[in-house]
Design a protein around this ligand. Sequence first.
Ligand code: ADP
Length: 224
Amino acid sequence: MRVLMIAPPGAGKGTQGALIAGHFDIPHIATGELLRDHVARRTALGQDIQKYLDRGELVPDQVVLDMVREGVVAAKAAGGGFVLDGIPRNMQQARALYLIGRELEMTADVVLHLLADDGELMRRLLARAALEHRSDDTTDIIAQRLALYHEVTSPIVSWYRDRGILVSVDAMRSADEVGREILTALEAMRPLLDHVPAHARLSIDLTSLGDAFGATDSTAGKTD
Ligand code: ADP
């Protein structure tokens, strides 16, 4: 089972990602965790990326893609499943991730989209701030992260819907209820994933979406 999670900050990606990983015994690759780990260990990369995290801005695509490629290579060696949480966050990342998946024969089977409204997300993140002290859990920076999600991340969802691999879940309920619905949906899909060969499921080649899917001049022909 290979799952991508797309969700606004505070919707529960981390919690539900860990649940899915435990249930299917697959690695949980969380980009935010990988980035915060570099900051905590004070690596050279960590010092470069800290300012992006503190401002609630996206870290440069290539930094995240390199980390994720490493994680996907390891996931392939470990049996082929994964839960990716935190990527893609923009169309360029969606396209690059798809190309990595094609190259490694590790494209996603399912994209899980968690839905919650901004008021609830702000309340949850401020409640978490009181416990965890993440540098980006302040009112201003949360507002910035939510705006970024609506502007650049949420438009990606429709491409996965078109590709027929999107599962949307109402994340306004308790973590337990959301988790049960997610596992029920994924379990229902499991026979299909186990028995339908991967090539038969790749109905739409996302690279053909060209510019609209975040291609740059060097990676796809422009129409104008
Ligand atoms: P949240 O979804 O609550 O913002 P994450 O832990 O997923 O939490 O991400 C925290 C921060 O890490 C983001 O605000 C961003 O700065 C950085 N980040 C995580 N994933 C990516 C990504 N795919 N591309 C760029 N930056 C990322």
